[in-house]
Design a binder for this molecule. Sequence first.
Ligand SMILES: O=C[C@H](O)[C@H](O)COP(=O)(O)O
Ligand SMILES: C=C(OP(=O)(O)O)C(=O)O
Ligand SMILES: [Mn+2]
Length: 448
Amino acid sequence: MTNQNGWTKSSWKNYTALQQPNWPDQKALEKVTKDLALLPPLVFAGEIRTLKALLAKASKGEAFLIQGGDCSEDFSQVTAPTIRETMKVLLQMAVVMAYAGGKPAIKVGRIAGQFAKPRSSDTEIVDGVELPSYRGDMVNKSEASIKARTPNPKYILKGYYLAASTLNLLRAFTRGGFAALHRVQAWNQEFVAQSPMGRSYNRLAAQIDQAIKFMNTIGIPTDIPQVNQTQIFTSHEALLLPYEEALTRIDSTTGDWYDCSAHMLWIGERTRQVDGAHVEFLRGVLNPIGVKIGPDHDIDNIKQLIETLNPENEPGRLTLITRMGCDNIEKKLPALLREIKKEGAHIVWNCDPMHANTYTSESGHKTRNFNDILTEITRFFEIHWAEGTIPGGVHLEMTGKNVTECVGGARNIVSEELHNRYDTTCDPRLNAEQSLEVAFQIADMIKH
Ligand SMILES: O=C[C@H](O)[C@H](O)COP(=O)(O)O
Ligand SMILES: C=C(OP(=O)(O)O)C(=O)O
Ligand SMILES: [Mn+2]
């Protein structure tokens, strides 16, 4: 079935798709995608439209987007504690934005499907042996052996089921009372509570608690969805196009196409070619779409991407996720903002302060420095203020766990400590305390 300009859910196949795994068994891949196409969608189109409406507010400065989660979700970490702790940090960050920053936060996880990774190189050398690179748990395993690194399409199906169970738990927590504002104090984790950030958070939580008690005292009902419930949306990089196609469905209520693998999908820095398969695929679904933009972008090319992905200039449809690096952002972002502003395009400008601030420590760990991350965020805000554009959100690699993957922060993790709890299978994440610290800093800026 075709919609505008020859798009179908398979038309991407006529274009070049970069960063696809070398599946050894094409027949097995086809079988998996056929099976997937018969399985239920993971999200409902109505929820996707709700997110788009919220993002339209972020594009006007009336809300702030917090998008965050693992670089690469790990199948073995799809457990209740891991999901709960990541969700708690997102809730904490959102409450800090809303209470200290005075702006409602839109919570979007890199969760329930962030299982496929683009890599700089097809192979890597581990202990002198050349192996295919790890490309995410939906593709191969991170262990260093030829067998583990061979792409296997059955992992796609496993990823679908794990995404479904993650979403199920998120819905239960956010709708079933766990995320109620009465419990704002309980979201602080033990290892964070004793830290400077944890103490600031506790003070803020106590004030919210008092406000709710006061409302109860004077007879304002607090047993209402605005207090009792919340919504966490899902997102991932739409990299594995056979998976995305299989979950792309017509919404029976409107007749429109949606990619029902997640509420929001983004296109990575490495796959955003205007004439590439990823752009072709995403232009035809009505979800909110993100595009990563690194320091080597060409402004005319970004204009073409905007025209292709959002020809109607619909607010909330397009989020541009800039990841320039703390040293490059002042050179690169102002001209981009100025030129796109001239076009009158409605954009949610989102700051990814992680991906251009990565380096390898002496110990051999891929890491990021907390100060570089904060510097990129601060400059992002300052540049937007100077250009008269709107800083709409932040995109973080983070976890609720007490990992030691990024150096710095209030506890000043040093590079010698990275090996203590370095659990990521791909890029280094902020831990719960470092994430909360970022939230307080942002809250200060969104009050502006
Ligand atoms: O998360 C993103 C990418 O997969 C990652 O940054 C690329 O890393 P690499 O250069 O180690 O392949
Ligand atoms: C691969 C990623 O980012 P980018 O496309 O910006 O490099 C990512 O977000 O993990
Ligand atoms: Mn990453």
